[in-house]
Design a protein around this ligand. Structure first.
Ligand code: PLP
Length: 419
């Protein structure tokens, strides 16, 4: 394997390539191919950016058609037919059927761009600087987003004080603790030392935090808390949106309507960089050009995004995920039976096996390595990186799913035998 160029010239900041030591050349649907001819089933999916698999034929066709037509590729935020097509499709097929009335902002094309825009907007609307975010949260790596992200190593990389965020414990951390009541006290008690926030940011399923699914009751309680206290509720659906949980938006299962929603990753359809901020029309207090960026609304991403949504609807991906989720759960129940320290959590096509109580650091790392050697890509997440995270492509057929899960279960068995 020739990695000289990377070893010699690429910054030490690289990360995923350290866990997946191969030079990849091509990919199709749920399978990635390395230069040496080895095949890997992809249960990582670009950290949620490839929900519809690699190089999907339908999306690819739309992209090629657009390129061959010499369609506009870059246009800042000028009016284009590609943008109009995307907006109309998204409005008619995603927002309207759910009764959502949102304005759409096109920020820069990455997730953290969407989060930064949402933060700025919330503070501008409410004229308050503080924000509530949850312990275990991951919202991105630029300074505003990073101030909400909780992972210690990432925060230490900031080099500046990360301010204006109060981190709130989660129900899963302290099951007997009334989190909503605590938040209420922080606001009401004039000696709490905490100022009222403009917004509460939440990932309805914490992904990088280690696959923690917030309960319907908690999400509904949080919605009520925000409404009662004139605080904006922001759902970060960048990783867990785009049908990954079996609902297009991950908060739909709770029947709540956030004030602001951030989307990125798989909204781009084909792994194309794209991000959106959705917000209630009355929050649209931006002045023209007040939050700008050269690569807002990349046109090819809009074409891919529309095609991705068409595919998602035509293939009934939400129903498919809800149904096939049981296949994953069944396999992971087998894993849980291998050692009573394993804790399995998840929803839809997003699952985690927490190995912390088996043996911190060692077990999750060994499982990921064993999986990779046997042709399966899974990553680690959560506290101490102790959670092995499984995120198969949403279009994966039963056979691929079962094959990948078999590799996973066998890898865990092998690691458990060494304990
Ligand atoms: C919930 C959530 N928000 C924001 C981000 C940041 O997205 P990006 O890496 O594209 O900046 C991520 C990335 O993993 C994420 O999972």
């Amino acid at each position: 394997m020739n990695t000289n160029a990377f070893d010699k010239y690429e910054s030490e900041v690289r990360s995923y390539c350290r866990n997946f030591p191969a030079v990849f050349t091509k990919a199709k649907d749920s399978v990635i191919y390395a230069e040496d001819g080895k095949e890997y089933i992809d249960f990582f999916c670009g950290a949620g950016a490839l929900n519809y698999g690699h190089n999907n034929d339908y999306i690819k066709k739309q992209i090629i058609k657009y390129l061959e037509s010499d369609g506009i590729i870059h246009s800042l935020d000028m009016f284009t037919s590609a943008k109009r097509d995307f907006i109309e499709f998204f409005e008619e097929n995603i927002l309207e059927p759910r009764g959502f009335n949102y304005k759409i902002q096109f920020p820069g094309p990455t997730g953290t761009n969407a989060v930064e825009a949402a933060l700025k907007l919330a503070r501008k609307v409410k004229k308050r600087n503080n924000i509530f975010a949850f312990m275990g949260a991951f919202h991105g790596m630029t300074l505003g987003s990073l101030s909400m992200t909780t992972d210690r190593d990432s925060r230490e990389g900031a080099g500046v004080v990360l301010t204006d965020v109060t981190h709130i414990p989660t129900p899963y951390m302290f099951p007997d603790f009334d989190v909503l009541n605590y938040m209420q006290t922080l606001i009401d008690d004039d000696h709490s030392g905490v100022s009222k926030p403009a917004a509460v940011f939440i990932e309805p399923v914490q992904a990088d935090g280690g696959i923690h699914v917030f309960s319907v009751e908690f999400l509904q309680g949080l919605r009520d808390f925000c409404t009662r206290n004139d605080i904006l509720l922001v759902c970060d659906d960048i990783q867990v949106g785009s049908a990954r949980t079996g609902y297009y938006f991950s908060f739909e299962r709770a029947g709540i309507v956030p004030d602001i929603v951030t989307l990125s990753k798989s909204i781009g359809g084909y792994g194309m960089p794209f991000a959106l901020v959705l917000f209630k029309p009355e929050l649209d207090v931006w002045k023209p050009g007040e939050h700008n960026g050269t690569f807002r609304g990349s046109q090819l991403s809009m074409v891919a995004a529309k095609a991705g949504l068409e595919l998602m609807l035509n293939e009934k991906v939400e129903e498919k995920v809800q149904k096939q989720s049981a296949i994953i759960k069944d396999a992971l129940d087998k894993v849980a039976a291998l050692h009573n320290g394993f804790e399995v959590r998840g929803i839809g096509f997003m699952w985690g096996v927490d190995c912390n109580k088996v043996r911190p650091d060692v077990v999750s790392k060994a499982i990921v390595k064993e999986c990779f050697e046997n042709g399966l890509i899974v990553e680690r997440a959560g506290r101490n990186n102790d959670v092995v995270k499984l995120m198969p492509g949403l279009l994966a057929d039963d056979e691929t799913l079962v094959k990948g899960l078999e590799i996973f279960v066998n890898a865990v068995k092998k690691v458990v035998e060494t304990l």
